[in-house]
Design a protein around this ligand. Structure first.
Ligand code: NAD
Length: 468
């Protein structure tokens, strides 16, 4: 059921939700129409002033209660997540666990006024006040966690939030709404499920003050265009094509395991997954052998089954897209691991793709330039480090990057030459809630997490007072 204005209600219609491990429907989801969306926006507008007036302390109390509710529901929520999203149950539990942690982390934060000038003549203070109605639009790879890193900071700063999940993963968002229904005041948090039609509607709506969007770069550009008319605020967390640069002093066996994990976690469906690897030419054979060994060891299957390390691709369209990348890469490079692309690795009809490692691709191959968002990894050789960095920076994306080396100081120095929102040295995919993250170039605009992420949901107001 949708949560609108404090009530759990049916949608205007229903549609089936597919379990990606079987390719078959396993539940029905309510679909909201524009009339219901309009009711939600109006309810959010009504709820906003009282919620904003509660102050940080009282809002924290409510968010802590929501965290308690979600924590008590962890196992059921994780199972639902695996069924709608596909990820192994252990990873689903982690996603719910980190969602609870995000909620508690942001619930404990406040934004204090900043004194900019305090003299006998004047006092100038920067205050932060909430924006109003926030639309939180999320993709299907981490439906709960990516919602939570919007919801928690937006709510604690005093906004009202309407969550709109991706149509293929609506159930965990709906379940969170069900938990919140008894905890948060009506209209403060609402859930709308669509079939890719309400995101644009919300982004255009004059009463929506901020669109916090996570998704693909092409859709992010549409959000930007829709928001222009009303000059609304927005955060765009978009696609990535993260490079991993291995230096000549790195330990191949150690690095290979961590790069493999960084490329194939969540079946490679992570904005910040490692999506291309640059290795010294002399290291290529050893590295590819090791990556191929890890690929062969991976257990691809239904996330509900114990021992599965890589679940299915979340939806059929993405599955076919990733297969297309593999087909093309096969003609342009050498596959060193990966079963035949159309071979059904489990026999269940699910959207499974075995981890695939490709070498000897040209730099202009689609798998190198575009975002594959699946467990397919190109490994590229370099002779000269400066050229490797130039090749890395020759990308429209700039979300994350990593440098792998036996000398962390050398890695940190090189990091300053990479055009990217985050550069890790000897790690990848680490996003602590107190550290802001976001994209450079076409990977996004704005920041999430950290103080900057909190401020993103507020407006700065300068109060400039003449004294004496
Ligand atoms: P998508 O862009 O297709 O959809 C994302 C969301 O936008 C969905 O809820 C969808 O219904 C909605 N939407 C569709 N059309 C819209 C419109 N015109 N206006 C507003 N909203 C609209 O993305 P996806 O395929 O669900 O997710 C995969 C993409 O998300 C990848 O590119 C990935 O890199 C990116 N992603 C980015 C981050 C990040 O933090 N930077 C995190 C996870 C995923």
């Amino acid at each position: 059921m949708l949560l609108i204005d404090g009530h759990l209600v049916d949608g205007a219609s229903d549609f089936p939700v597919i379990n990606p491990a079987t390719g078959a429907p396993f539940a029905q989801a309510p679909r909201a129409d524009e009339a219901q969306a309009a009711v939600a926006v109006a309810a959010a507008r009504r709820a906003f002033p009282d919620w904003a007036a509660l102050g940080f302390g009282e809002r924290r109390r409510r968010l802590e209660a929501l965290a308690d509710g979600l924590e008590a529901d962890l196992e059921t929520m994780a199972r639902l997540l695996t069924r709608e999203q596909g990820k192994p149950l252990t990873e689903a539990r982690e996603e719910v666990f980190f969602s609870v942690a995000a909620l508690r982390h942001f619930a404990a934060m406040t934004l204090e006024p900043r004194v900019l000038r305090d003299t006998a003549k004047e006092r100038i203070v920067e205050q932060r006040y909430p924006l109003g109605v926030v639309a939180a639009i999320t993709p299907w790879n981490y439906p709960l966690l990516l919602l939570m890193v919007k919801l928690a900071p937006a709510l604690i700063t005093g906004n009202a939030v309407i969550a709109k999940p991706a149509p293929s993963t609506p159930l965990t968002t709906l379940r969170l709404g069900r938990i919140a229904a008894d905890i948060l005041p009506p209209g403060v948090f609402q859930t709308l499920v669509d079939r890719n039609d309400l995101g644009a509607w919300l982004s255009r709506h004059p009463d929506v003050a901020h669109v916090s969007f996570t998704g693909s770069t092409p859709t992010g550009k549409k959000v930007l265009a829709s928001a222009a008319d009303t000059l609304k605020r927005f955060t765009l967390e978009l696609g990535g094509n993260d490079p991993a640069l291995i230096l000549d002093d790195a330990d191949v066996a150690k690095v290979a395991a961590r790069i493999f994990a960084g490329a194939t976690a969540n079946a490679g469906q992570i904005c910040l997954a490692i999506k291309r690897v640059y290795a010294p030419r002399a290291m290529m054979d050893a590295l590819c052998d090791e990556l191929a060994r890890l690929a062969d060891e991976a257990v691809v299957g239904d996330g509900m089954e114990q021992g599965t390390t890589i679940g299915p691709i979340q939806n059929r369209a993405q599955y076919e897209k990733v297969l297309g990348f593999i087909e093309e890469a096969r003609t342009q490079g050498t596959l060193v691991a990966g079963r035949a692309p159309n071979e059904d690795v489990t026999g269940t009809g699910g959207y499974f793709i075995a981890p695939t490692i490709v070498r000897d691709l040209p730099d202009d191959a689609r798998l190198v330039r575009e975002e594959q968002f699946g467990p397919v990894l190109p490994v590229l050789a370099y002779n000269d480090l400066d050229q490797a960095i130039a090749r890395i920076n020759d990308s429209d994306y700039g979300l994350g990057a990593s440098i792998w080396t036996g000398d962390a100081a050398r890695g940190a120095e090189l990091a300053a030459r990479i055009e990217s929102g985050t550069v890790w040295v000897n790690k990848h995919l680490e996003l602590p809630f107190d550290v802001p993250f976001g994209g450079a170039k076409q990977s996004g605009i704005g920041r999430q997490q950290g103080i900057e992420g909190l401020e993103d949901f507020t407006q700065a107001r300068i109060v400039n007072v003449a004294l004496g």
